[in-house]
Structures are given as structure tokens and as C-alpha cells.
Design a protein around this ligand. Structure first.
Ligand code: GAL
Length: 652
């Protein structure tokens, strides 16, 4: 579970943070002066600095140039702009990879990746670690007590590009990790089920990462490899964090996570930081992508245990790294940013401050576009800065527990999507998102939570594709239901134990008796308990007439099973029946259920209700209680602008 200490960056003016990655090394000295002037105009009060600056800080092995960084930090400080200082370890400089090509990552097929891009380092390389920590130490000693430096930013997006490294360093570290996990080779043989296909090991020394094999590598080896690779990145984070705590005590440390659909490799819920931060980019070509932003923010809040966190990166408009990069439409920038705030972000930062004129990201949007500050984009940036100021009072507030939790678990994500399964279309993140979107459509709030969260505070717990269930989790779910909780799970749940062994003692598309299309999965259910209630039946194929959705009662609660994939529309139809008697309901007026997402933050005395327009049409907001604090788009209490967001304050 993410361990978060109580230290959170502090704004001397009591504001929320607003800013960006700042890359002054790409610009002339005169531009820096214009930058700070424009930053002040936009209300920017923090920048992340030196993320990719290793090569110009350590210009050769142990030869340092801090003059430019001193000057930038002092300039920012003089102008009241705080610094989230990166440890600069994300992209090793050419002199280092030339001297030590053995720090470069290796693919599954044994190809060594060349430098020339970024993040070309092995998480387990002792040589890389040594150089990286020397750099961290230099920076921490020099800037650790500089008044501008309010936070440390470890590396960058740990695992982006180098999540899975199959090098010999990694193989060695994997063996050590396995020895710690299993103790003896016999236990490993049992866990990995090596009686299958002649895979029995006699010594840990014989074990390799799951490199490209003739056919499916051992599934438990693959699962342990995913666990190990995430832990290896976490160990690098720990090493940098420890050096920072030692040489720069009291300055909170973070690293920017990438919680979202595309980055399953990092189980950040098990990493340790002083405060959580996240990067999020929309992929507008994917279904439900506006709602996916909200789910990612909600999950980040879950990882942060409902406490405030930082949005470290997102974009003002188009990115450059998708096949087709779609600019944001009017209103979307503010709505996107403030949706993160609704879900607990106390900082809204972008990649990046000024759009690069050279390099691979010159077509990526920024706060100051190529055309300059006399642009609609910059005017929107300034306007959002004003809204961020108006929202200062929500700083430090927590999320208000929703009636429903959606349980999100990395072991399940990894294990359910392994190869050699009944269907390669199982998509863990997509299923969790479907439930979230169906609930949004019904106007019911839900919290995405990670496994160890206290479930008892939720009326209903939904665990989509709870494929891998270890004994403690099984016990907790049992207790939750017995104590009166209502538990819902889906197809491909409760299938394997912690070793990915089938628990002892299905399959393609049908329809249900309410007309809903059931896709990808069908479990032919036999009812054996007398108290089982059949909520839906299959209506076609060889399972026609058999139960599809069931609910049983146990103790004071209930547990429901949805045996097929229904998608957002099907879930929307089913949920009202599943939620009957659970007291989990919408707290929105009926006309707003669906078009509006409602998120609530509170500090115990005051509550802030965020209403987010999920549609492209204006929405009437009549009779809303409370003071209107912010409204994007149109400044009227009675109307929520298309793609707009409004924040109401109420005293408790
Ligand atoms: C992030 C990265 C940034 C920038 C951005 C572009 O993954 O941290 O440095 O590359 O993507 O969207």
C-alpha cells in the first residue's frame, strides 16, 4: 500500500498550485525573463525543473555545472514561483552510456536498447544506481534548503519506457527477489507449478526472466516477473527518496505516477512517497475517454487514501505521441484540469510551460504555444489560473466517501491478462471503467480503491474481474458481506490463488432475458444454494434459461455474481436491480443524473460539490444549494456550460 507521510508541499500564500514542467535549458536567457513575467500573469506559482537536465548538470563524469540552475532557481524565487525540483535521473547522458553501455535496458528478445531517446536505463543496474545517487546527493545538498524548493520530483514517470528490462542485471535481481519470496527452491517449484512441461528447477541460479521463449512461458513466472519489475522500480524510488530525506530533510518527495489505462506495469499502490502525484493524458480515440480521465483521477485519490495529491502533468491541448493527436475543444482544458481537482488534486500542472521549438515534442501543446501569449490558449491558461485562485479554500480537503467502492488490484490486472487464457480479450481496466461509467450514467458516485482499503465504509463494493484472490482478501470480503455489505463481482473472478493456481472445486457471447447483449464470456451457472436469487437469465444459445446474474445473502449482507461481460449499456440496465435494498443511490436531482458527474470534497466543516458537464450541451442547474464558487464557460448559477464545471460551497 502506498505509504504517504504527512508532509505535503506548502504554498506560502495558501494557494492551490498551478504550473508546469519548465525546461529553460531549451531557451535563451532573455526568454527566461519573459517566462517569469508570463508565469505571473497566468498565476503560475510552481514549476517542475531539471527533469531531463542530467547532461547539462553533470557535463562529464563528476564534472558539475550548477551555474545555470542556480540562476533559474533564484530568478523563479525572486518572482514568487516555487520549484518542484527533479532529481534529473530520468535520462542518462551520452558520456555515461558510452562509458557504461551495461546500464542500457535489454528487451525480451535480447536486444540492447540504444541511447538517443530517454529513460534508457536498467532499474536494477548497480552502476546506474551509483551514478544516479551521486547526482541526487549533489542536487539535494546544493538545493535542499533553498527556500524556492518546496518538493522533490524523483526521476520521471518511473517505468515509462523501461518497465520491463530483461538484462542480466535484472535476471540477478529477479533471483534475489524470488529467494526472498520463496526461501527454498521447492517452494518456488510448487508455486510455479513446474511439474508442467519439464520446468523443474534445482537451483535459483538456473532461473531466468521470462525472455522470448518457444511458446507460452510459465504463467506464475510471468506473474512474479510483473511483481518483481514493479518492485524493482519501487526500489529505485526508495533509494532516491532515502538520499533526499538524508540530504534535504523536511522537503516532501514525490514521483509522478501514470495511473491510467495504458500503464499497468507499475503497482504504485505498493510504492512509498511523501505525497502522491500523477500524470494523465487523454486518448481521444478510445471509448469513454472523458470519463476515463475521471476514473484515473479517482483511482489516484484511492492510491492517496482520499488525501490531496498533485496532478503533475497533463496537456493544455493536443499531445504528439498518439497516431492522431486531437486538440482540445473549447472548455475542455478547464474541465479536464478541474475534474482532477474535484478528485483531490491540490496542484494542476502541465507538460509543459513553453512549447518546445526543437526536439521530439515540438508538436505537443503547452501553456505558452508557439504562436505566443497573444493566443486563445494562453488566455484560457490565464483564466484557469484565476479559477485556481478562487478555489484556494479547498486546499487540504479530502474526498467524501461515496456509497460504492470499485476495487482495483494490480495482481488481478496482471494475472487476468496473462496469455494462454480462455480469451485474450479480457481487459481488466476496461471492465473497471465500464462499471464506473455505468454508475456515472446513473448519477451515483463511486470511489476507486486499492485492495487494502477499509471496505466497511462502503454500502456496496464492486470487484470487477477479481481473478486472483488470496486468502486474506477472501476473508475480508467474507467479513464485509457478513457484516451487512453488498458485494458484486463479475465473470473471471475467484479463479486462481496467489500462485495463479486454479481454485478447485465458459464461454462466448449470448443474450440475457432483458435483451442485453452478453459478450466475451458466459458462465453456465448451477444454483446449489437455496437462498440464491436469480436476477437475470441467459436467453439464447446452449445456456438459454440458465442463470446469468445471481445474488445470495450471507450474514447481514449479499454477494452478487455477474457471469458475463455486459458493457456500459448492459450494466446501466442491470445496476438498479443490483443496488435495490443497498441504500447506494444518486444524490443528484433526477435531471442531472447521467449528464453530470458529481464529486464532493470536504474538510469536515465545509463541503465543495463539483458538478462536471459530461456533455457538449449546456445544462440547467436550478435550485442548487450553496454558493457558486467557480463556474467555467458561463458565469451564471443557473446554467452549466457545455463541457463546463461548477463548484458549489456549503457549510456543514
Ligand atoms: C510524459 C512525460 C513528459 C512528456 C509528456 C508528453 O510521459 O513525463 O516528459 O514527454 O509525456 O505528453
Amino acid at each position: 500500500m502506498t505509504q504517504i507521510t504527512s508532509s505535503f508541499p506548502h504554498s506560502s500564500r495558501g494557494e492551490l498550485f498551478y504550473g508546469a514542467d519548465y525546461n529553460p535549458e531549451q531557451w535563451s536567457r532573455e526568454t527566461w525573463d519573459e517566462d517569469v513575467k508570463l508565469m505571473k500573469q497566468a498565476g503560475v506559482n510552481v514549476v517542475s525543473l531539471a527533469i531531463f537536465s542530467w547532461a547539462i548538470i553533470e557535463v562529464a563524469d563528476d564534472k558539475w555545472d550548477f551555474a545555470w540552475l542556480d540562476e533559474v532557481i533564484n530568478l523563479l524565487h525572486k518572482n514568487g514561483i516555487a520549484v518542484d525540483l527533479a532529481t534529473a535521473t530520468a535520462s542518462p547522458p551520452p558520456w555515461l552510456t558510452k562509458a557504461h553501455p551495461e546500464v542500457l535496458p535489454v528487451t525480451k528478445n535480447g536486444e540492447t536498447l540504444y541511447p538517443g531517446g530517454r529513460q534508457h536505463w536498467r532499474p536494477t543496474s548497480p552502476i546506474f544506481r551509483r551514478y544516479a545517487l551521486r547526482l541526487v546527493e549533489q542536487l539535494a545538498k546544493r538545493y535542499g534548503s533553498h527556500p524556492a524548493v518546496i518538493a522533490w520530483h524523483v526521476n520521471n514517470e518511473l517505468g515509462c519506457h523501461n518497465n520491463y528490462d530483461f538484462s542480466d542485471d535484472a535476471a540477478e535481481a529477479f533471483r534475489t527477489w524470488l529467494k526472498e519470496r520463496y526461501g527454498t527452491i521447492d517452494k518456488l517449484n510448487f508455486a510455479w507449478g513446474t511439474a508442467f512441461w519439464s520446468q523443474h528447477y534445482v537451483d535459483f541460479a538456473d532461473i531466468l526472466p521470462p525472455r522470448q521463449a518457444a511458446t507460452f512461458p510459465n504463467p506464475t513466472q510471468q506473474l512474479d516477473w510483473a511483481r518483481f519489475s514493479s518492485d524493482a522500480l519501487g526500489a529505485h524510488l526508495d533509494a532516491e527518496l532515502e538520499a533526499l530525506h538524508k540530504h534535504s530533510p523536511g522537503v516532501p518527495v514525490t514521483t509522478n505516477y501514470m495511473l491510467g489505462r495504458g500503464t499497468r506495469g507499475m503497482d504504485v499502490s505498493s510504492w512509498k512517497v511523501d505525497f502522491v502525484s500523477n500524470d494523465h493524458y487523454r486518448v481521444q480515440t478510445e471509448p469513454d475517454e472523458r470519463d476515463e480521465l475521471s476514473f484515473s483521477a479517482n483511482l489516484t485519490s484511492g492510491v492517496a487514501h482520499g488525501a490531496p495529491w498533485w496532478l503533475m502533468e497533463h496537456s493544455t491541448s493536443a499531445v504528439n505521441w498518439q497516431g492522431i493527436n486531437i486538440p482540445k475543444r473549447s472548455g475542455e482544458m478547464a474541465r479536464d484540469s478541474l475534474t482532477h481537482v474535484a478528485h483531490g488534486a491540490d496542484a494542476v500542472c502541465y507538460f509543459q510551460w513553453r512549447q518546445s521549438k526543437a526536439g521530439a515534442e515540438k508538436y505537443h501543446s503547452a501553456m505558452v504555444p508557439h504562436v505566443g501569449p497573444d493566443s486563445q490558449l494562453f488566455r484560457d491558461v490565464v483564466k484557469l489560473g484565476e479559477n485556481m485562485k478562487a478555489l484556494a479554500e479547498i486546499r487540504g480537503s479530502h474526498r467524501v466517501t461515496a456509497p460504492i467502492a470499485i476495487l482495483f488490484d494490480w495482481d488481478c490486472w496482471w494475472a487476468s491478462e496473462l496469455d494462454s487464457h480462455p480469451s485474450s480479450r479480457v481487459n481488466y481496466y476496461r471492465e473497471a471503467l465500464d462499471w464506473f461509467v455505468a454508475l456515472l450514467d446513473l448519477g451515483i458516485r463511486a470511489d476507486a480503491v486499492t485492495s487494502p482499503t477499509d471496505l466497511s465504509k462502503y454500502k456496496v463494493v464492486i470487484a470487477p474481474i477479481l481473478y486472483l484472490v488470496d486468502d486474506p482478501l477472501q476473508q475480508r470480503i467474507h467479513e464485509y458481506v457478513h457484516d451487512g455489505g453488498h458485494f458484486i463481482t463479475t465473470y473471471f473472478s475467484g479463479i486462481v490463488d496467489v500462485n495463479d493456481h486454479a481454485k478447485l472445486g465458459g464461454t462466448l457471447g449470448r443474450s440475457l432475458d432483458d435483451g442485453t447483449e452478453a459478450t466475451m464470456w458466459t458462465d453456465p451457472i448451477d444454483i446449489i444454494g437455496k437462498s440464491v436469487e436469480v436476477i437475470r437469465k441467459y436467453d439464447s444459445g446452449d445456456v438459454k434459461g440458465r442463470p446469468a446474474v445471481t445474488r445470495n445473502s450471507a450474514g447481514k449482507g449479499t454477494a452478487a455474481y455477474v457471469s458475463t461481460r455486459l458493457g456500459v449499456q448492459g450494466l446501466k440496465k442491470l445496476l438498479p436491480d443490483l443496488l435495490k435494498g443497498t441504500k447506494a443511490q444518486s444524490t443528484l436531482p433526477p435531471s442531472l443524473r447521467g449528464p453530470v458527474e458529481q464529486v464532493i470534497r470536504s474538510d469536515g466543516h465545509t463541503e465543495w460539490e463539483f458538478l462536471i458537464n459530461r456533455t457538449d450541451d449546456p445544462i440547467d442547474l436550478k435550485d442548487m444549494e450553496g454558493d457558486l464558487l467557480v463556474s467555467t464557460g458561463v458565469e451564471r448559477k443557473a446554467r452549466l456550460a457545455e463541457r463546463g464545471i461548477a463548484v458549489f460551497r456549503r457549510k456543514l
